[in-house]
Design a protein around this ligand. Sequence first.
Ligand code: CP3
Length: 353
Amino acid sequence: MRDYPAAFVERARRSTLLAPFAGHSRTPPPVWLMRQAGRYLPEYREVRAKAGSFLDLCYTPELAAEVTLQPIRRYAFDAAIVFADILVVPDALGQRVAFVEGEGPRLDPIRSERDLGRLIADPGSAKLLAVYETVRRVRAGLSAEAGLIGFCGGPWTVATYMVGGRGTPDQADARLWAYRDPAGFQRLIDLVTELSIDYLRGQIAAGADVVQIFDSWAGSLADDGFTRWVVAPTARIVAALKADHPAVPVIGFPRGAAARLADYVESTDVDGVSCDTSVPLGVMRSLPDDVVVQGNLDPLLLVAGGAALEERVGTLLDAMQGRRFIFNLGHGIVPETPPEHVGRLVRAVRRGG
Ligand code: CP3
């Protein structure tokens, strides 16, 4: 049994999101969706157009808080996730980050120790402070029952963007650097890990109840690389947060690592684990009882809607019956998702399938 302070267990009675962490059983389970704020919502596109660029939106607390709350108002999700991005950390380190319309993120790639030397970890960066201010505003706009999730990227995943300069299908640049120069690559991982700890601490101090570490490319490493570049930095983040915030659960999302989930959970000491769509329900069920399992509905089922969606929601709820569970997708909502399918999903979860 996880050792949460008594005050947390008490608070968890009134918070739908925290309840499973404290072991309070709940039917239906809490529900929120990764990327629940975003382009599939017309009200998001309106604010996004007003903000200018995606990063301008992330760094304008008034607008970022507004888009964070939009899906809560529309669907009454049990949790809000602060509107920001995992690439806020490289941006705050001084690497140039831009989001190119229709293409995705572009960064000036870090390829050498010299490039690395130009980065500066400043926990007081105005960019990070803007995200903390968004968290404060969202907290003020949420009911007591609704949870607020802060997040960062897993250091490995963030490093794949920093080294590749963009999203890469195979993370080849980062893997090659890690194989050719593990000590140099370790310095990059350490830099990202340390700033991520400060960043999550700042979000917690501003009002985040739970934090999630998004390691979207955790699946691209062999077991020794996974241990060194995914598990070890995650364990360090969890230990640092537990030392000063024992009442804030940490959810890990090692996407693509189904076969290593049990090891990841045990070795990192995360309180919850988010499962991608490829994780078999049997694996989700077999994880230790005191770990909260989250996931793993296919985001494309939410695009398809209809009987296939309803059926799978029922299967997932039945399979997770009696275990600590948070309903979610296996990856983020895609922009093509019809908003009414999201409403139907939430209603299906709440009536039990
Ligand atoms: O879940 C939420 O609602 C919170 C906000 C959030 C965003 N990105 C907003 C966003 C979160 C948690 C993320 C995480 C993130 N960002 C990840 C990890 C999860 C995953 O999806 O694998 C990664 C890898 C990124 C990096 C990133 N950000 C990429 C590759 C892209 C481009 C692809 C795309 O969908 O456009 C983004 C942009 C981004 N981040 C958008 C949003 C809403 C779309 C931006 C827009 O409005 O133009």
